[in-house]
Design a protein around this ligand. Structure first.
Ligand SMILES: [Zn+2]
Ligand SMILES: [Zn+2]
Length: 167
């Protein structure tokens, strides 16, 4: 299944491949292909969309195939799940991670654009620190936190009839 991914995606796939190899994990052809589809997409990709894409080259692909593949990619920190959208985005930091880390996980914040559907990933340590501090005040220690915020990215200003956020 020759995939036509962008050069940027192919570069990331090669890096993800070597990260996995050095960890003793195997980025199989199928896993690499699914990761490529996610990295190449302009906005987060849902499992069923991935299944549709996969079926173009593998007619026998079934939902468990996709879910198992996504689990692997999540475990390796190569992708994130954006819960609000039930969809997946590639993680640049994960694909280029230090292989010595068994699984690359990090505090992440996602900015979800309601205009164009784009998701911007941030790794702002101040945000994590503020949350941890606020939680501590109420007697809670945060072990991991993924923050998802909805709004509009600045590209909407160039779009016709730019909508005004309602909340
Ligand atoms: Zn990430
Ligand atoms: Zn946008």
């Amino acid at each position: 299944m020759a995939a036509e991914f962008s050069r940027r995606t192919n570069g990331l796939l090669d890096q993800a491949d070597s990260v996995c190899q050095q960890r003793g994990a195997n980025l199989t052809e199928l896993r690499r292909y699914v990761l490529g589809l996610i990295l190449d997409a302009a906005s987060p990709t849902g499992a069923y969309e991935l299944l549709d894409r996969l079926r173009q080259t593998r007619r026998s692909a079934a939902p468990p195939t996709v879910y198992r593949t996504l689990d692997f990619l999540l475990d390796q920190g190569l992708i994130h799940k954006v819960q609000r959208l039930s969809a997946f985005v590639g993680c640049m930091a994960g694909c280029t991670a230090n292989p010595d880390e068994v699984a690359h996980t990090h505090a992440a914040q996602f900015l979800i654009c309601r205009g164009c559907g784009r998701v911007i990933e941030m790794q702002n340590h101040d945000v994590s620190a503020v949350l941890a501090q606020a939680a501590k005040v109420v007697g809670f220690s945060v072990s991991s936190a993924t923050i998802e915020a909805e709004g509009f990215c600045h590209t909407r200003e160039t779009a016709a009839g730019g909508r005004v956020p309602t909340n």
